[in-house]
Ligand binder design. Structure first.
Ligand SMILES: NC(=O)c1ccc[n+]([C@@H]2O[C@H](COP(=O)([O-])OP(=O)(O)OC[C@H]3O[C@@H](n4cnc5c(N)ncnc54)[C@H](OP(=O)(O)O)[C@@H]3O)[C@@H](O)[C@H]2O)c1
Ligand SMILES: *[C@@H]1O[C@H](CO)[C@@H](O)[C@H](O)[C@H]1NC(C)=O
Length: 333
């Protein structure tokens, strides 16, 4: 990593990671989802569940019988997704609740509305994300990739943690699944620089938000293990997938993607497979702290296992979002 970063600027590193991920994809066996037992009676929240992989995930979980709540920031798109999923799966328990992950106020409002339903929560899928947006800030003043992709999900998960803990059972853990990306392998965490510096790389910022999500998941799993909660946390790497995530590429990037995507990229259904697997597979009962790719446990970047860094990021994120640090009240290390 240090050699990488010494030689290559963030843009080239992210493209190198992308090409590497594409090659791995090309030469690895296609991961086919097995049949799962009915998930009737379980409740799932899927962020960004109205389109792309989030939509495919919502639809599949709904087909398995789960009550699915789509949390997304486009009302018309969300309602349309609910309508088509209900039609296709004949499962009426699909809902949309507005949630703009770039606004802490909106996230808090979402959680308030969700809790007013007095439902349990068995699966939280932190899927929403943006990539390569120009330098701009969320309503709360954070760089957008970091603020939306990472801090938004950090806050959401913390606010829903009590409900998850109450819903998990022995032999039926509640599950938190967070969608990261192979770009995390080439990321650097430069928290202070990112928020303040005049140098900005959208590629570096995206990769950093995805590394932060891995560090967050591992720290969360330490906490869940230490407090013996019936909740697990895992990270999902979907591979390289043909979705609208690439809409902010420059024209040259768009041409290259257009030429290669149909053959090399996964479809949104294929991309969603690992998240669905992680949400519903009996194989993963009681298993947490894993980085999952193509339905299998894989090693994430070395730096993501740095426990000091995990702690530091967690404490800092608590300050940034104003949530109580749950890891400080129990005696953990
Ligand atoms: N595609 C890939 O190759 C790839 C590779 C690795 C990882 N991933 C990750 O996979 C996840 C899903 O992405 P995708 O590929 O399916 O792309 P996508 O089709 O663009 O989906 C992104 C989702 O995030 C939602 N979103 C964006 N801004 C939001 C906000 N402010 N509040 C709430 N929701 C918001 C979008 O909803 P709206 O349209 O309503 O804004 C959309 O549903 C992302 O986390 C991405 O980083 C993708
Ligand atoms: C919501 O999604 C629809 C359909 O994709 C799109 O036409 C519209 O511009 C989106 N609205 C906002 C506010 O992004």
């Amino acid at each position: 990593m240090s050699l990488w970063s010494a030689i290559l600027p963030p843009l080239l590193r992210v493209y190198a990671a992308g090409v590497w991920a594409l090659l791995v994809q090309l030469f690895s066996r296609h991961f086919a989802l097995p049949e799962f037992p009915s998930q009737h009676g379980k409740v799932a929240v899927v962020t960004g569940g109205a389109k792309g992989m989030g939509y495919c995930t919502s639809r599949h979980l709904s087909r398995l019988g789960m009550h699915v709540i789509i949390a997304s920031n486009n009302e018309s798109e969300g309602q349309e997704a609910v309508r088509t999923i209900r039609e296709e799966t004949l499962n009426e328990k699909v809902e949309f609740i507005y949630c703009d992950l770039a606004s802490m106020k909106s996230i808090r409002k979402f959680v308030y509305q969700f809790k007013a339903k007095h439902l349990q929560l068995h699966v939280l899928i932190n899927n929403a994300g943006v990539m390569l947006v120009p330098k701009r800030k969320t309503v709360d003043g954070f760089e957008e990739h970091f603020g939306l992709n990472y801090l938004g999900h950090f806050l959401l998960t913390n606010l829903l943690l009590e409900t998850l803990k109450e819903s998990g059972r022995q032999d039926c853990d509640a599950r938190v699944l967070t969608v990261s990306s192979a770009t995390h392998y080439v990321a650097e965490l430069q928290l202070h620089e990112l928020q303040n510096s005049c140098y900005y790389s959208s590629h570096g910022a995206y990769a950093q938000s995805k590394l932060a999500l891995v560090l967050f998941t591992y720290q969360l799993q330490h906490h869940l293990t230490a407090t013996r909660c019936h909740v697990t946390a895992n990270v999902v790497d979907p591979g390289v997938v043909n979705t609208e995530l690439y809409k902010n590429l420059n024209w040259a990037g768009k041409v290259i993607k257009w030429m290669t995507a149909w053959f090399f990229f996964k479809t949104p259904e294929e991309g969603a497979a690992t998240a669905i697997f992680a949400a519903a597979s009996p194989e993963l009962e009681g298993v947490g702290g894993c980085y999952l790719h193509n339905g299998k446990r894989t090693k994430s970047a070395d730096i993501s296992y740095d426990e000091d860094l995990q702690r530091k990021l967690w404490v800092m994120s608590c300050k940034m979002t104003g949530v109580h640090d749950v890891t400080s009240s129990s005696h953990e290390n």
